[in-house]
Design a protein around this ligand. Structure first.
Ligand code: MN3
Length: 203
C-alpha cells in the first residue's frame, strides 16, 4: 500500500510561483486521490506486491488503464513535488547550482548552454497538447526532453533512461495561479526547480 509523501517544504514556500491554495489542492486533493485510488485498485491483487515502477510497466503490458493511470500519477506527482523548491537567489540561475557538476556539462553539450536548455523545456512543455508531463531524462551521457500525455512517463517506455526532472502541465497544476497561461507557469517553475536535487539524480 502506498502513502501520500509529504511535501518537502511548507505550502507557503513556493509563493508567488505557486500559492498555498494551489499546493493544497494539488498535493492534498489531486495527488492524494491518486494514492487512495491506486491502493483500492491493487488491494488483494498481484500488483500489491510490486514497486510503483513495476506496477506501471505491468499495467501497461496488460493494458490495465485504471491501474496504469493512477500508478503513473502517483509516480509523476512524487517526482514533480521533489523537483521544486524556494526561488533561486539573484544571479543563481546561471551559475549555481549547476556549476562543476555532470548536469551542467551535459546541458552545455546537449543544448549549448543554460539559456537554450530552459527555452527548450518551455517550448516542449507549452507545446505538450492537452494534459500531460514534460520530462528531462538522461541516457548514455545525453539529455533528452520528452513529452508524455495524461499519466504516461519514461518509466513505461524508457526503463533504461534516468528521469531527472518533470513538469506537470495538467491545468490543475497551474490554473488557480496562472489561469490558461501555461508558458508563464513553466517559465516561473524553472526559477523554482531544486537543481541540486535534479543534478544529484545524474548517474
Ligand atoms: Mn498534477
Amino acid at each position: 500500500m502506498f502513502e501520500l509523501p509529504p511535501l518537502p517544504y511548507e505550502k507557503t514556500a513556493l509563493a508567488p510561483f505557486l500559492s498555498e491554495e494551489t499546493l493544497t489542492f494539488h498535493h492534498d486533493k489531486h495527488f492524494n486521490a491518486y494514492v487512495t485510488t491506486l491502493n483500492s485498485l491493487i488491494k488483494d491483487t498481484p500488483y500489491a506486491e510490486l514497486s510503483l515502477e513495476e506496477i506501471i510497466r505491468k499495467a501497461a503490458a496488460e493494458d490495465n488503464k485504471p491501474i496504469f493511470n493512477n500508478a503513473g500519477q502517483v509516480f509523476n506527482h512524487d517526482f514533480y513535488f521533489k523537483c521544486l523548491g524556494p526561488a533561486h537567489k539573484e544571479g543563481e540561475g546561471d551559475a549555481c547550482p549547476l556549476d562543476g557538476c555532470a548536469l551542467k556539462k551535459m546541458v552545455g553539450e546537449t543544448f549549448g548552454g543554460r539559456e537554450k536548455f530552459w527555452e527548450s523545456l518551455v517550448k516542449a512543455a507549452t507545446g505538450n497538447f492537452g494534459s500531460g508531463w514534460t520530462w528531462l531524462v538522461q541516457e548514455n551521457g545525453k539529455l533528452e526532453i520528452l513529452n508524455y500525455s495524461n499519466a504516461d512517463s519514461p518509466v513505461r517506455d524508457r526503463p533504461s533512461a534516468t528521469p531527472l526532472l518533470c513538469i506537470d502541465v495538467w491545468e490543475h497544476a497551474y490554473y488557480i495561479d496562472y489561469r490558461n497561461d501555461r508558458k508563464k507557469y513553466v517559465e516561473q517553475m524553472l526559477q523554482h526547480v531544486n537543481w541540486v536535487q535534479v543534478a544529484s539524480r545524474v548517474s
